[in-house]
Design a protein around this ligand. Structure first.
Ligand code: C2E
Ligand code: MG
Ligand code: MG
Length: 480
C-alpha cells in the first residue's frame, strides 16, 4: 500500500512539474511577445519618424528639401507681405562640380555636397532657411531684410564661406559658386517668380565667368528668353539642315603634309548668321540634343572623308569630337560601327576625340568601350589634354592613341621661352608611345618650338584655319 501511495505521489509530482514547466514556458512566450510587440511599436515609430524626415529633407545633406523649403518660403512671404518687410532668395550653383564628380568619383562628390550643405546651413541666421534644390544646386532665403543693400554684404560673406578650400578624402578642393539673388517684393510679387528670377540671375553669373553673385535685373529676363528661343531653334536645326562641317588640317610637323583633319561643326542660324560651337554646344548639351548632333556630325564626316579618299586625296584620318553624353549612350558603339559600315570609311581612318572629363566618368565601362573601338581599328584621342584633372596613372590605364595638347599651353609659348610644360607633355606622350598633336598653333615661334621638341602633329590658324569642305578639298589637292 505505502508503495502505491508513493508511486501515485511521484506521478502527481511529475505531472505538477510538467504543468509548472508548461506554465513557465507559456509565461515566457507571453513576456517575449510583449517585448516583441514593444520593439515592433518602437521600430514602427522610428520608421514613421524617418519617413516624415525623408519627406521633408534631402537624404544626402539632410537639409530641408524643396517641398519643405517652399512651405517655409510661402510662410515668410506672407509674413513679409503683412509686415511690409523684404526678403532675399539666393539660387546657388557650384561651378564645375561635375569635374570633381567625374574625375574623383561620386563618393568624393557626395562628401563635397555634404560639406557645402553644412557650411551653407551654418552661414545663415535662425530665421533664414536653406535647402538643396537637387544636384549641386542650393537655395537660401534671407528673411528680415531691411534694405536690398544689406543683402550684398551678407551674400558676399556666404559666397566667401562656401568657396574656401575643402579637404575631402585627402583632396584639397577649390570650388566656385555662382549665386543669383532676387528680392521680394522689389523684383517680383510671388513665390514662383521669385524663384525664377533668382535662377535667371544665377545663369547670368555663369555666363559672365562664374564664381560670383548678381542681383536679378529685368534685362536678364530678356536674355533668358533669348536662350529659350535658341533652344527651340536648335531643335529644328537638324531637320532644316542648318548645320555644316568645317575641316581643319592636322599637319605632320616633320613632313609638313596634311595627315588628317578635324571636323568642326558650324551652324547657319536663320537670323544670326554663322555660329561657332561655343554659341550653341553648351545649350545643346543641356537640352540633350547634343547626341543627335554628334551622330549627324559623325555620319557627315565619315561620308566626306570617304569621298575624299575615293577621289585620291591623301587624307589618313578624320577626327570627330564626341560629347560625354553621346559616348555614354548605350548604343554608342553600335552607332559608330553602323556609320562606318554605311559610309564605307575604313575604321583606321576614324579618330574619335574625347575629353578627359568624359573618360574619367566611369573608368571601367570607359576602358571596355575604348578597347572595343580600338580592336576594330578606330583611333582614340584625348582632346584638350591638360585642362582636366588628369593624372599620369589614368593616362596609362586608358587605351588611347593620341594626346591633343590644349591650346592654352601652346599659347604660352613665346619667342625665346623655354616652355617646360609643353615640353613635358610632349615627352610624356612620346614615352607612352602616343601620337602627340598640338592645338592652337598661331605663330611661327610656336611651330618651331613644337617641331624642335619632337611634337608629331600640329593644328592651328598659323597652319590653316577650319575651312568649308570645298576649300579644304582644294588645299588637299596640293597635298595629293
Ligand atoms: P576642340 O575640339 O578643341 O577644337 C579646336 C578648336 O580650336 C576649334 O574651335 C578651332 O576652330 C579652334 N582653333 C583651331 N586653331 C586655332 C588657333 O590657332 N587659335 C585658336 N585660338 N583657336 C583655334 P571651334 O570650331 O570653335 O570648336 C570649339 C569646340 O567645340 C571644340 O574644341 C569642340 O570641343 C567643340 N566642337 C566642335 N565641333 C563639335 C562637334 O561636332 N561635336 C561636339 N560634341 N563638339 C564639337
Ligand atoms: Mg577636338
Ligand atoms: Mg581641343
Amino acid at each position: 500500500m505505502p508503495d502505491l501511495i508513493a508511486i501515485e505521489n511521484a506521478r502527481l509530482q511529475d505531472e505538477l512539474r510538467d504543468h509548472i514547466g508548461r506554465l513557465q514556458e507559456a509565461n515566457r512566450q507571453l513576456v517575449i511577445s510583449s517585448v516583441n510587440a514593444r520593439e515592433l511599436a518602437e521600430q514602427l515609430h522610428a520608421a514613421q519618424a524617418e519617413m516624415v524626415h525623408l519627406a521633408h529633407h534631402d537624404h544626402l545633406t539632410t537639409l530641408p528639401n524643396r517641398r519643405q523649403f517652399t512651405k517655409q518660403l510661402a510662410d515668410r512671404i506672407a509674413h513679409a507681405g503683412a509686415h511690409g518687410c523684404k526678403l532675399a532668395l539666393l539660387f546657388i550653383d557650384l561651378d564645375r562640380f561635375k569635374v570633381v564628380n567625374d574625375s574623383l568619383g561620386h563618393g568624393v562628390g557626395d562628401l563635397l555636397l555634404q560639406a557645402v550643405a553644412q557650411r551653407l546651413a551654418a552661414s545663415v541666421r535662425g530665421t533664414d532657411a536653406v535647402c538643396r534644390e537637387g544636384g549641386d544646386e542650393f537655395v537660401a532665403m534671407l528673411a528680415d531684410v531691411a534694405h536690398a543693400e544689406d543683402v550684398s554684404a551678407r551674400v558676399a560673406h556666404i559666397h566667401h564661406l562656401l568657396t574656401a578650400p575643402y579637404t575631402i578624402a585627402q583632396h584639397v578642393l577649390h570650388i566656385g559658386a555662382s549665386i543669383g539673388i532676387s528680392i521680394y517684393p522689389d523684383d517680383v510679387a510671388d513665390l514662383e517668380a521669385l524663384m525664377r528670377s533668382a535662377d535667371i540671375a544665377m545663369y547670368s553669373v555663369k555666363e559672365h565667368g562664374r564664381n560670383s553673385f548678381a542681383f536679378f535685373e529685368p534685362p536678364m529676363d530678356v536674355r533668358a528668353m533669348a536662350r529659350h528661343h535658341m533652344e527651340v531653334s536648335l531643335r529644328n536645326a537638324l531637320e532644316r539642315h542648318e548645320f555644316v562641317l568645317y575641316y581643319q588640317a592636322q599637319v605632320n610637323l616633320a613632313s609638313n603634309r596634311t595627315a588628317g583633319a578635324e571636323a568642326l561643326i558650324r551652324w547657319h542660324h536663320p537670323t544670326k548668321g554663322l555660329l561657332l560651337p561655343k554659341a550653341f554646344i553648351g545649350i545643346a548639351e543641356e537640352c540633350g540634343i547634343i547626341k543627335q548632333i554628334d551622330r549627324w556630325v559623325l555620319r557627315e564626316a565619315c561620308l566626306q572623308a570617304k569621298s575624299w579618299q575615293d577621289a585620291g586625296y591623301a587624307l589618313e584620318t578624320i577626327s570627330v569630337n564626341i560629347s560625354g553624353q553621346e559616348f555614354e549612350s548605350a548604343d554608342f558603339l553600335q552607332t559608330v560601327f553602323s556609320t562606318l559600315n554605311q559610309s564605307g570609311l575604313p575604321p583606321q581612318s576614324l579618330e574619335l576625340e574625347l575629353t578627359e572629363g568624359t573618360l574619367m566618368r566611369d573608368s571601367a565601362a570607359t576602358i571596355e568601350k575604348l578597347e572595343t573601338l580600338r580592336a576594330a581599328g578606330i583611333r582614340i584621342a584625348i582632346d584638350d589634354f591638360g585642362t582636366g584633372y588628369s593624372s599620369l596613372g589614368y593616362l596609362r590605364r586608358f587605351p588611347i592613341d593620341t594626346l591633343k595638347i590644349d591650346q592654352t599651353f601652346v599659347a604660352d609659348i613665346h619667342p625665346g621661352s623655354d616652355d617646360v610644360l609643353v615640353d613635358t607633355v610632349i615627352s610624356i606622350g612620346n614615352r607612352l608611345r602616343h601620337h602627340v598633336v598640338a592645338e592652337g598653333i598661331e605663330t611661327v615661334e610656336q611651330l618651331d618650338f613644337l617641331r624642335e621638341h619632337a611634337c608629331d602633329t600640329g593644328q592651328g590658324f598659323h597652319l590653316s584655319p577650319p575651312l568649308p569642305a570645298a576649300e579644304f578639298a582644294q588645299a588637299l589637292a596640293g597635298n595629293r
